[in-house]
Write a protein that binds this ligand. Structure first.
Ligand SMILES: [Zn+2]
Length: 78
């Protein structure tokens, strides 16, 4: 029995977790360009990250593969 809190919630069908999720990019080159400001602080200019492989989406509790929900995750990511 899977409890549906909201149609917008992703809930792990295995353990019911709806709090923690893992995004795993295989073969990713993570490069982020920062500009140092005059006061020594940094600003992120752009994200050069390239995902070369597949991006997987997992339950943070039990590790269930929830990649089928990944597009919805991206829609709800702010
Ligand atoms: Zn789970």
């Amino acid at each position: 029995m899977i409890a549906i809190q909201s149609s917008r919630h992703i809930i792990c069908p295995e353990c019911g977790n709806d709090k923690e999720f893992l995004e795993v990019a295989e073969g990713a080159v993570l490069t982020t360009r920062y500009i140092q400001n005059s006061d020594g602080s940094f600003s992120q200019e752009l994200d050069d990250s390239q995902i070369l492989g597949e991006v997987k989406f997992y339950c943070g509790e039990c590790g269930e593969d929830l990649t089928q929900h990944y597009s919805r995750f991206l829609e709800m990511l702010f």
